[in-house]
Design a protein around this ligand. Structure first.
Ligand code: CA
Ligand code: CA
Ligand code: CA
Ligand code: CA
Length: 400
């Protein structure tokens, strides 16, 4: 199938593509605390997002390369950048949206980077680069704090009143709510400035003990919070014990494990721990991902290209464009990036076979062109699975 035909199918007949109208359960999106080897997704980084439908295996749905495709080069060193870790995440989609797109996610980073603070609440813009939704200083001021560290490590937007609920990586003393533990969660109404305690660390401790039917020792910290869209239940993850630090709990019924989201089932081979949690809506099947071996290749270099979660045996077609932006198209997945029509695009010839294997994977290579005089050195790459789930997550390369 030609690229033009694949594109016109995608853009003209979205109804022909898998829709999230079936009996698919609401999935969660999470991040992990440090890079870890996954059973079928390679090494997953601490900024990557994983998706999991309750009862299914988790998979990487938003690789670090996809972040970099939208961030662009923020520090001017020529290499497309990505968040310096993601430690908090909340979806802010409207009620009519079955799925959260990438621009509907607010997040916080592990560390200060690119002029942003680890306590800032950030989001991607449709054209890519991140922007601040709420500055760390606003959150500090709401709590009456001026100095000290202030790293937001859990976020959840409560949609009925617009309260931004958050937790800190380290406790804080002398706030307008008194001393805060790292496992306390505060609800902040940005319009009025009102802050209240949503739940204390002791509440989370009791919910975990009730859920497990035993006392597992101190939970340490609350690392992720989310309100389940279907019923508003508070869902959360905790730092300890280590055999439960990737389990999703809820406060329902005095404390329960969310069925199908136990720690076993994420699919990791290495030890890992969740540090960000939100809901992402429903879709059929996993998200097609594209990753490359180098985002800053030399002209003439051969890039290794990996596509995962394609339809087994599907034909794959790639495109590259100097510019791209996030489009709200109901094509499944958590964010579609499409080439900017004004910037033009061209087919991206795979070297060798261009069919996914029976696992839905493709491992190929791409020779990076030497740019001509005045030619762009920035390219956004994407792959179309013409038999299945549409478009892959994007990659941006900057040719040296
Ligand atoms: Ca993380
Ligand atoms: Ca850079
Ligand atoms: Ca943070
Ligand atoms: Ca915390």
């Amino acid at each position: 199938m030609t690229l033009t035909l694949a594109l016109s199918l995608l853009l003209s007949a979205p109804a022909a593509w898998p829709q999230a109208t079936g009996p698919f359960p609401e999935a969660v999106l999470v991040s992990i605390t440090r890079d870890a080897a996954h059973g079928h997704d390679g090494v997953v980084g601490d900024a990557a997002l994983l998706r999991r439908e309750p009862g299914s295996l988790g998979h990487r749905a938003w690789p670090e390369d996809a972040w970099a495709a939208l961030f662009g080069d923020l520090d001017g060193d020529g290499v497309p950048d990505l968040p310096d870790g993601v430690d908090a995440l909340t979806e802010v989609r409207r009620p009519w949206q079955e799925q959260a797109w990438m621009t509907d996610l607010w997040f916080s980073m592990d560390r200060d980077a690119f002029g942003f603070s680890d306590g800032d609440v950030l989001r991607l813009t449709p054209a890519g680069p991140p922007e601040v939704v709420h500055r760390e200083d606003e959150l500090r001021a709401a709590l009456g704090l001026s100095g000290g560290t202030f790293d937001v490590d859990a976020l959840a937007l409560r949609k009925d009143d617009g309260a931004l609920c958050f937790s800190l990586r380290d406790g804080a003393t002398g706030t307008v709510l008194g001393d805060l533990a790292d496992g306390d969660v505060v609800a902040w109404l940005p319009d009025s400035g009102e802050v209240t305690i949503l739940a204390r660390e002791a509440d989370f401790q009791a919910w975990v003990e009730h859920a497990l039917g035993r006392s597992p020792g101190p939970i340490g910290d609350v690392k992720g919070i989310a309100f389940r869209p279907a019923d508003g239940a508070l869902c959360f993850t905790v730092q300890a014990p280590s055999d439960q630090d990737a389990t999703v709990f809820t406060n329902l019924g005095g404390g329960e494990v969310v069925a199908g989201l136990e720690e076993a089932g994420w699919g990791f081979r290495d030890a890992f721990e969740l540090d960000a949690l939100t809901f992402a809506g429903a879709q059929e099947g996993p998200t097609l991902t594209l990753t490359v071996s180098d985002r800053n290749p030399a002209a003439g270099e051969v890039l290794r290209v990996t596509v995962r979660h394609a339809t087994p045996g599907a034909q794959l077609t790639g495109w590259m464009s100097p510019r791209a932006r996030v489009r709200r198209l109901a094509l499944g997945g958590i964010g579609w990036v499409l080439p900017d029509a004004g910037a033009g695009f061209r087919p991206w010839p795979f070297a060798g076979d261009d069919f996914a294997d029976e696992e839905g994977e493709f491992h190929g290579s791409l020779k990076v062109d030497v740019p001509g005089p005045g030619a762009t050195r920035e390219w956004v790459l994407q792959v179309v699975d013409v038999d299945g789930y549409g478009l892959s997550t994007p990659v941006r390369i900057h040719v040296r």
